[in-house]
Design a protein around this ligand. Structure first.
Ligand SMILES: [Zn+2]
Length: 611
């Protein structure tokens, strides 16, 4: 009985997104839903308005961002012409994944579900979670269309899909920069882009009215001669009939060109070369290419590399497995093996440069890592920027590192990090190359899109040729004469995925484990008289990893009192008793109370026995 109750009872407190990347103010808490349901949608304002009917407006190209224009992440856009819809990217909200399995948000697919018959495919620009993460959650709703993407992205998608054992097989076709596809009336080509993960690709969607160009996430890697990488293909592309450019805005606030990765590599190499002892590099899990570079440098100086961090390790396994990278046989070692080598032979790449509590770097800083401990002779390179909102946890991280005497090298002074996203000059250069008639800024908060738009104006693009999406779900329609945002829109209200409902998913297990390991579990067993709604006896409390019960008698006593009060207040006028409601109240109240008293958030499980 108990077991069954436990299984069907979601935990009280949601994991706190302690150091996750800054979230938008528009993010709402998920609605509650029980049992087997995995996805619930939350309505912003009106309840299911009649869906936009495109059939009355033929001969126009429509671009509809379903996600990614009110936030960083959740990128998903559709391009529609006549009877054909093409989807580009399908991401979740979190670009970083150091807190695997926590609740996240996916794009709303209501419009696509209604127009399933028109969907000709999904194009994926690259394998970051904010571009692929929603695939397992939306693919069945949109009728399992074929996904087209490059090798590494394909491998990443398929590897992730393995965790969703209950699903039908998805069809992912591999393309390369030279591929040409004909999907409905769309003629599709690709071009190479520079980002931070192998095989990122830009897409040219040819429509009868001209090309819609979507570079995805990009930056220009400028070489020593001042030439951007792949510039020939951009020049060639600029000669075509380019109707609209969908351009990212993530770094639209940052002046100049983005720092080329080659510069970062050089600087990292200098530090590694000159470090007398061990080098520890903290970086984002998404920077797969940089991690590969570090391994190259390590081999040059005859050092061993340890990688620790769930997502980075996974990504790294994939690049090796699929032949994108071939480190020498004995270069990569486990944290355990590292103890066998002199520290001067070791480079450790750890995730958690944002001070995420459970990430590898923080565990080392907090002396909680099983094998790696900071030493006075260590050089710690933070090869990442500060994501707004994480300042405090990063300071904390740096404090803990400094206290142990290690030397910290930070990106601002040492050029050991470069963003993978286009800065202002990159954006202008892309416009100059492509020469599109229209610009649609995407990827970012509205103010970022607006800056992107201002930039375009500053280099001569007429204001009326720019359509800045005000929010997700807007319908931007264009033909040869004009571009406009329609008054109508398609549903874009948030769709939440509750990791707990997904079943046998590794990430979920991890999440629970993280939560339990941080703050423990708190089970309260309450016997209720179903007639009177009164609590019988004193509620039983079982807890693990939360507080030492024997020393917390006072806390237990007041918790028991609060349980009784909460239950009886809830059941007072209720007949019959709605147990789910009572449990919900208990979770809420007791969770809050325990947090007030202890500053910890154990997983709170109410178990109710009716007699
Ligand atoms: Zn990316």
């Amino acid at each position: 009985m108990t077991e069954k109750t436990l299984k069907t009872t979601p935990p009280t407190t949601r994991p706190i997104r302690r150091n996750a990347p800054a979230k938008t103010e528009s993010v709402r808490r998920p609605v509650r839903f029980g049992g087997a349901r995995k996805v619930a949608s939350q309505h912003k304002t009106e309840q299911s308005p009649a869906l936009f009917d495109s059939s009355k407006r033929p001969n126009k190209v429509r671009v509809i961002p379903l996600g990614g224009v009110e936030e960083i992440g959740r990128n998903m856009t559709l391009v529609e012409y006549g009877n054909d819809i093409l989807i580009v990217d399908a991401g979740i909200q979190f670009p970083e994944e150091e807190t695997p399995g926590i609740d996240f948000i996916i794009p709303n697919t209501a419009y696509l579900e209604k127009n399933k018959h028109k969907i000709r495919g999904i194009i994926i620009s690259h394998g970051h979670m904010d571009h692929i993460g929603a695939i397992p959650y939306i693919i069945d709703k949109v009728g399992y269309p074929t996904i087209y993407t490059t090798g590494f992205s394909r491998a990443t998608i398929l590897r992730r899909q393995e965790e969703f054992t209950h699903m039908k097989k998805i069809n992912v076709e591999e393309i390369n920069p030279k591929s040409v596809l004909s999907l409905g009336q769309f003629k599709i080509k690709f071009f190479e882009t520079a980002h931070t993960i192998p095989d990122a690709i830009g897409t040219v969607i040819g429509t009868p009215l001209g090309n819609i160009i979507y570079p995805g996430d990009f930056k220009f890697e400028i070489d020593d001669n001042g030439k951007p990488m792949h510039y020939e293909q951009y020049e060639a592309l600029g000669k075509e009939n380019n109707l609209a450019l969908l351009m990212e805005s993530t770094n639209a606030e940052t002046p100049g060109f983005s720092v080329p990765e080659s510069v970062v590599r050089k600087n990292l190499e200098e530090f590694i070369k000159n470090a007398k002892d061990r080098v520890i590099i903290g970086m984002f899990a998404s920077l797969v290419e940089r991690a590969m570079e570090v391994v190259n440098i390590a081999e040059k100086y005859d050092k061993k590399v340890v990688i620790d961090g769930y997502s980075l390790k996974n990504n790294f396994e994939l690049v090796k497995e699929f032949g994108y990278f071939k480190p020498k046989k004995d270069t990569m070692i486990t944290p355990e093996e590292a103890e066998k080598y002199p520290p001067s032979k070791i480079i450790a790449i750890l995730t958690g440069s944002q001070g995420e509590k459970n990430a590898a770097l923080m565990r080392v800083a907090n002396k909680k890592h099983k094998y790696i401990k900071f030493q006075k002779t260590d050089t710690v390179i933070l090869s990442s920027s500060v994501i707004p909102g994480n300042e405090k946890s990063i300071q904390n991280l740096k404090d803990n590192i400094a206290r142990q005497g290690a030397k910290i090298i930070h990106y601002r002074v040492a050029g050991v990090h470069a963003s993978g996203h286009a800065c202002q000059e990159d954006l202008k250069l892309m416009l100059k190359f492509i020469k599109p008639k229209y610009l649609i800024p995407v990827h970012g908060h509205y103010f970022m899109l607006k800056i992107n738009s201002d930039l375009a104006e500053s280099v001569g693009m007429p204001k009326e040729n720019i359509a800045v999406p005000m929010n997700n779900g807007v319908i931007i329609e264009m033909d040869k004469d004009k571009i406009e945002t329609l008054k109508e829109s398609v549903p874009a209200n948030y769709v939440m995925v509750d990791g707990l409902g997904v079943g046998d998913v590794k990430e979920v297990v991890l999440r629970d484990r993280q939560m339990l390991s941080q703050d423990g579990i708190f089970v309260m067993i309450t016997v209720i008289d179903s007639q009177t709604g009164k609590v019988r006896n004193s509620p039983d409390i079982i807890s693990r990893g939360f507080v030492y019960l024997k020393e917390s008698q006072e806390l237990l006593r007041s918790t028991r009192q609060l349980i009784r009060k909460t239950v009886e207040e809830a059941t007072g006028k209720m007949h019959p008793i709605n147990m789910d409601f009572v449990k919900e109240m208990l979770r809420e109240k007791i969770g809050k109370f325990l947090f007030q008293k202890t500053k910890r958030r154990p997983m709170v499980l109410p178990v109710m026995i009716e007699v």
